[in-house]
Write a protein that binds this ligand. Sequence first.
Ligand code: HEC
Length: 128
Amino acid sequence: MSRSASHSVRCALAAAALCALAPARAGGDVAAGKAAFRKCASCHQVGPSARGGFGPQLNAVIGRRAASTTDYTYSDAMRRSGIVWNEQTLGAFLRGPGDVVPGTRMRFWGISDAQQIADLLAYLRTQR
Ligand code: HEC
């Protein structure tokens, strides 16, 4: 490998390490979260007319006890989870639904991008 090539490889590695360490922008970005919510919207509704559908409606979900909407039939796993959705629990659930609530009916691969999770949480906080 030439000197300059190995140098650029090292630079790329340094940049990747910085990326991994950079904390998610505090608070997240509501507009980006709204766009990211398209991933959720096939199963979840938010807004004034939101109802339970394929998944439960997600108005005011942050601060809500898991499995507490009245027009949706949850899995036993979700009902027994005892979770209150906050930044930590919801962030972890979106990263790996089945890790946080084994047996959940939410079939979703999970989001590995910390920034996207922060954006989604910021958007969901605006949906009351
Ligand atoms: C393929 C359909 C599907 C997708 C996509 C999906 N969900 Fe879900 N979600 C569900 C189902 C079904 C449940 C109910 C799970 C249960 O009862 O075990 C659920 C449950 C939840 C809950 C718990 C709600 C409560 O009342 O306790 C939250 C929060 C949630 N989803 C957020 C999201 C977010 C945010 C996204 C997008 C990043 C998303 N989901 C994507 C189907 C989906």
